[in-house]
Design a protein around this ligand. Structure first.
Ligand code: PGA
Length: 247
């Protein structure tokens, strides 16, 4: 069965002090044992967040597709592991849009993570104009085909995918539970087609895009929604803990 996950993407917010206050606050909340909770702070204070956290995994928002060397400004998986993070985001829509990370590049990050035995959440999702053209399913399928679906069955087992419609991220506009479930069900059926029903049921498919305590219960109740990747609402202890308890 797919693991339930609530992940907080802190993006380029907070500083070392406020990040520590936030992680300490979340660590004090009594969290359900069947939910995997992950936070993604800015890389500069991952180490401090790891030390201050309890029962919460810490990940990185981005990482290099290279091992090491002359890549100014980049951070390798090995470096990230050395400060205690065990999981990374790949293909967040902000990386795709602002830093021109395309499907081919993201495939190399997937391969790097597999090579380094590093867990990851693979993000996908369509921009508004694609949905308006009614092409969201083929668009998301292409993102998965070109960056993720080359993995073997063994490598695909227990992977985590986050569906984040770009028009819902940070806009306050959430996909309805019907829109979310439709896409999640499609993603799971593509995995069944390509791999098997067993692999498909092991993959956690998270929803992201203005997910907050007021809509999480309905979204998380959808049969194919295994949790959320949360932006804005992950910056508040109360909101984030309510989200973790929304299953
Ligand atoms: P949001 O961000 O919850 O602020 O919409 C989600 C995300 O980008 O992961």
């Amino acid at each position: 069965m797919a693991k339930k996950i609530v992940a907080g993407n802190w993006k380029m917010n907070l500083n070392a002090d406020s990040a520590l206050t936030l992680i300490k606050g979340i660590s004090e909340v009594s969290l359900p044992s069947d939910v995997r909770v992950i936070v993604f702070p800015s890389s500069v204070f991952i180490g401090q967040v790891v030390e201050a956290s309890s029962g919460i995994e810490v990940g990185c928002q981005n990482f290099s597709n290279e091992d090491k060397g002359a890549f100014t400004g980049e951070i390798s998986i090995n470096q990230i592991k050395s400060i205690g993070a065990n999981v990374g985001l790949i293909g967040h829509s902000e990386r795709r849009a602002y830093y021109k990370e395309d499907n081919a590049l993201l495939k190399t990050k997937v391969d790097q993570a597999i090579k380094e035995n590093f867990d990851f959440i693979f993000c996908c999702g369509e921009p508004l104009f694609i949905r308006e053209e009614g092409k969201e399913f083929s668009f998301v399928r292409e993102q998965l085909n070109e960056s993720l679906f080359h993995l073997t069955s063994d490598q695909m087992k227990n992977r985590v995918i986050a569906y984040e419609p770009v028009w819902a991220i940070g806009t306050g506009k959430t996909a309805s539970s019907i829109q979310a479930e439709d896409m999640h069900l499609s993603i799971r059926s593509w995995i069944t087609e390509k791999y098997s029903a067993e692999i498909a049921s092991s993959v956690s498919i998270l929803y992201g895009g203005s997910c907050k305590p007021s809509n999480a219960k309905e979204l998380f109740a959808c049969p194919n929604v295994d949790g959320g990747l949360i932006g804005g609402a992950a910056l508040d202890v109360d909101d984030f803990s309510q989200l973790i308890k929304s299953f």
